[in-house]
Design a protein around this ligand. Structure first.
Ligand SMILES: Nc1ncnc2c1ncn2[C@@H]1O[C@H](COP(=O)(O)OP(=O)(O)OP(=O)(O)O)[C@@H](O)[C@H]1O
Length: 248
């Protein structure tokens, strides 16, 4: 296995002087090729900060962060589609930025829409889609970036439980088929156990890695299975203890 994301002793401080805020405190975390790693922690512990550092959207304050020049794609809770573009137009955008010609773009966009099971919706506008369908488009657009690493920040947080459940299955299938490496931020412990090879628990601010749970249950998992529920309960207890420690 090769390491795709190497985070070594990374700290992140926002601001300076009396306004300084330490968001991440000496975080070390390696993500291997093809791994699905979920990041879990109390609100404000620095999960999104860590993703934005891996994405290169912000600079680390100290330590080393190495993704070996690999390409990353980001996906957020809001699909953030361009409303004036069709579904296919939104998916084509990264392809256009890669300089891919019109005919090839159209073909590739249709293939990607097929992968996320949105064939037949290419000409629709984002407002004509449900929330779950919009996230499928966002996923297709992320895949269009041909990234090695998919960074997902609560991508299903705004969806109802049933839609989320279906998208878990879809994401798992796509992750396997496309041999992606995924770093997935969530507040939802069961979702983390449902999806992750590992669930990395961060402390309350400043974020530190307090535990790295290996999730060995066979896939595909059901979010309501006794195995997932049992391990989620164990992790929730650990998280609760951390939040209580921070509050006291
Ligand atoms: N650009 C910024 N400037 C200053 N402070 C910031 C900035 N971005 C985040 N922070 C602060 O850093 C801390 C970590 O924020 P971050 O959004 O990474 O946490 P999180 O774990 O993703 O939170 P949540 O679970 O609520 O989404 C918070 O206290 C936040 O207010």
């Amino acid at each position: 296995m090769s390491t795709v994301v190497r985070i070594d002793d990374v700290s992140k401080q926002y601001g300076s002087g009396s306004n300084a805020l330490l968001a991440l405190d000496h975080i070390s975390l390696d993500v291997e090729q093809g791994e699905f790693v979920c990041l879990l922690g109390a609100s404000g512990c620095g999960k999104s900060t860590l993703l934005s550092l891996v994405a290169g959207l912000d600079k680390i304050s100290s330590g080393t962060l190495d993704i070996g020049g690999r390409h990353v794609a980001l996906m957020f809770q809001e699909a953030a589609l361009f409303p004036w573009l069709s579904v296919a137009g939104n998916v084509e955008l990264p392809l256009r930025l890669q300089g891919i010609g019109r005919a090839e773009r159209k073909k590739r966009a249709l293939e990607l829409l097929d992968i996320v099971r949105l064939n037949g919706f290419a000409d629709k506008r984002p407002h004509e889609l449900s929330g779950g369908m919009r996230q499928r488009v966002a996923l297709a657009r992320a895949l269009a970036q041909n990234a090695d690493v998919l960074l997902m920040d609560e991508p299903f947080g705004a969806l109802d439980a049933m839609t989320r459940d279906i998208l878990h299955d879809e994401l798992e299938r796509i992750w396997r088929e496309q041999e992606l490496t995924v770093l997935f931020v969530t507040h939802n412990v069961r979702e983390a156990v449902r999806l992750g090879d590992r669930v990395v628990l961060l402390s309350s601010r400043p974020g530190r890695v307090i535990e790295d749970f290996k999730i060995g249950h066979p896939r595909p998992r059901r979010i309501d299975s006794p195995e997932v529920s049992g391990q989620a309960a164990e992790i929730t207890d650990r998280l609760r203890a951390e939040v209580a420690r921070h509050a006291s």
